[in-house]
Design a protein around this ligand. Structure first.
Ligand code: ATP
Length: 239
């Protein structure tokens, strides 16, 4: 069966600084994957390339068998490949409900906007209580929920999540983790996440990204535990 997403030989650079050096990875049908590794080694850049926000200098991105390497971001979203942007990229003066309505801009998204909105409010009751509130007045955790909610309004068939729990309090992190688990049960995800427990709970397979390359692929059979992942992050003295 064709993979949902294929990344072949992706290279990317900021100016003359090369950040991605020939990344190969894939997402199978119905599968969720996790990307992890040290800070600054290219995970966010890879997500930006997949969602069309940055063009690679070499390589190919295929979604559902279609080459999307040169496609514009709205076209990629309309195919169902959607990235949840960090909460701080929302339009500050727009209300919660308005943001969610506006996010459903593609034809398939508009067709199911009512159901999507019910799903988002079911997952995040805090958002349902704050319909008219402006995004800039939300807490960091609520902004993150709104950002994920907006991505869900786009009718995703594969959802890209970049450190969704970064900077959140333990309580909010837990609340978001429950929602993310529920989301990933129906929509496969590609998640970059530093929280090892959450990463392991969301992803079927993991890729360790170091120096802009896939250093290691970890399948279900390898099933690393929390300690082993920590060692890959920090070396064998991790505790
Ligand atoms: N807009 C930019 N202009 C120039 N360099 C950038 C830009 N964005 C990222 N970089 C550099 O590219 C490299 C990879 O960054 P990237 O954000 O992809 O890594 P990351 O693995 O996601 O890190 P983190 O976990 O800290 O988010 C870093 O050295 C970073 O400084």
């Amino acid at each position: 069966m064709t993979n949902v997403l294929n990344i072949e030989g992706i290279e990317a650079a900021y100016g003359n600084v090369t950040v991605l050096r020939g990344i190969n990875l894939h997402v199978g049908q119905g599968e969720s994957i996790g990307l992890f590794g040290p800070n600054g080694h290219g995970k966010t850049t890879l997500l930006r390339v997949i969602s069309g926000l940055m063009k690679p200098t070499a390589g190919k991105v295929t979604f559902d068998g279609v080459d999307i390497t040169a496609a514009r971001p709205p076209v990629i979203v309309s195919k169902g490949l959607v990235q949840s942007q960090q909460g701080n990229t929302l339009f500050g003066d727009m209300g919660v409900a308005e943001t969610l309505q506006m996010a459903a801009f593609t034809k398939p998204a508009r067709a199911q906007a009512k159901q999507s909105l019910a799903q988002v409010y079911g997952l995040f009751p805090r958002l349902a209580e704050r319909g008219p509130q402006k995004a800039k007045t939300l807490s960091g955790g609520e902004r993150q929920m709104l950002s994920i909610g907006a991505a869900l309004m786009c009718a995703p068939r594969l959802l890209l999540l970049d450190e969704p729990t970064l900077g959140l309090s333990p309580k909010l992190k837990e609340e978001l983790a429950v929602a993310l688990k529920e989301i990933s049960a129906s929509v496969p995800v590609v998640v970059v996440e530093q929280d090892v427990e959450l990463l392991l709970s969301l992803a079927d397979r993991l890729y360790l990204i170091e120096h802009g390359e896939v250093e290691r692929e970890i399948g279900q059979d390898d099933a690393p535990d929390h300690q082993e992942i920590m060692e890959m992050y920090f070396g064998e003295h991790a505790g």
